[in-house]
Write a protein that binds this ligand. Structure first.
Ligand SMILES: Nc1nc2c(c(=O)[nH]1)N[C@@H](CN(C=O)c1ccc(C(=O)N[C@@H](CCC(=O)O)C(=O)O)cc1)CN2
Length: 283
């Protein structure tokens, strides 16, 4: 028997239905939640993600605007657009799709977004609220990972969680969210010697590295929970995560849990963006 699947597509359906109900109630009170999505450049994957975000808004009763700009857009012009959206009362959330072209400083752009509208949760203020445990908007991907774990009835209190990766958008916020849920957290990264020594001891492993086969069957404990944030292509060009899925699923046994790629964390990222936009509109 192999590990159970943590199904991000199915959970997304449930959570998005809840968003639609709450959005309809807000709209009836004259405050339809509104999201502005900004795309700069012609990265094909980013174009798909922003299209999916706008469609998810339309399908669940949120208002959205998509602003697309050439890769040559100046940083100054982008900051001016953000300032205008900050002042727009119909817009409760603003996101700038990452990555940005090289000549634009992502930190400057993120910090230009009004704190209350930072639905990506990437700003220094949002990071500070997460760090201190104050209410605030949480980055969608780690927030989605937490929902996948919690809504599957997996208790985190007292568990040992290992996060592989230390990015500002996934690894670090993930570690803080797990800590807040009373897990004991280890953060591993490219400078960690003997990664397997840590993962073999872990009850929960979150892998956010961006390299396939980072976690293999010999690196996990039976019964563990594995959350795969990676999005890579294998030799056949098929989408895959950072985990050697089939072999790790087998090694975990029937008490274990694992997220697939696709259909795990990815759909949850867009779902939690809707949740954040709703939260910003409700605030
Ligand atoms: N401003 C932001 N930029 C980026 C973010 C973000 O949260 N905010 N995250 C990623 C990209 N991303 C959302 O923007 C994203 C990535 C993947 C998926 C997803 O649904 N993946 C599917 C597979 C899709 C496919 O077939 O290609 C899955 O895993 O099932 C959604 C959103 C970087 N930029």
């Amino acid at each position: 028997m192999t590990a159970q699947i943590l199904d991000g597509t199915a959970l997304s359906q449930t959570l998005r239905a809840e968003v639609a109900t709450r959005a309809a109630a807000l709209t009836a009170r004259g405050r339809q939640p509104g999201l502005a999505v900004i795309l700069v450049g012609d990265d094909p994957a980013s174009a798909v993600y922003v299209r999916n975000k706008v469609k998810a808004c339309a399908d669940h009763g949120l208002h959205s605007v998509l602003e697309k700009y050439e890769a040559t857009l100046s940083e100054e012009a982008l900051l001016a657009r953000i300032a205008a959206l900050n002042a727009d009362p119909a817009i409760h959330g603003i996101l700038v799709q990452m990555p940005l072209p090289k000549h634009i400083d992502p930190h400057k752009v993120i910090e230009a977004i009004a704190t209350a509208k930072d639905v990506d949760g990437f700003s220094v203020h949002s990071a500070g609220t997460l760090m201190t445990g104050l209410p605030g908007l949480r980055p969608a991907t780690p927030y989605g990972c937490m929902k996948l774990i919690e809504r599957s009835g997996i208790a985190l209190k007292g568990k040992h969680a290992v996060v592989i990766g230390r990015s500002n958008t996934v690894g670090k916020p993930m570690a803080l969210l797990l800590l807040q849920a009373n897990a004991t957290v280890t953060v591993c990264h490219s400078g960690t010697p003997d990664l397997a020594r840590h993962t073999r001891e872990a009850d929960v492993v979150v892998v956010a590295v961006g390299r396939r086969n980072t976690l293999t069957a010999d690196m996990v404990k039976p019964g563990a929970v594995i959350v795969d944030v990676g999005m890579n292509r294998n030799d056949e060009g098929k989408l895959c995560g950072d985990v050697d899925f089939a072999a790790v699923r087998e090694a975990l046994g029937p008490q274990g849990f694992i997220t697939p790629v696709p259909g795990g964390v990815g759909p949850m990222t867009i779902t939690m963006l809707l949740v954040n936009t709703l939260q910003a509109a409700e605030a």
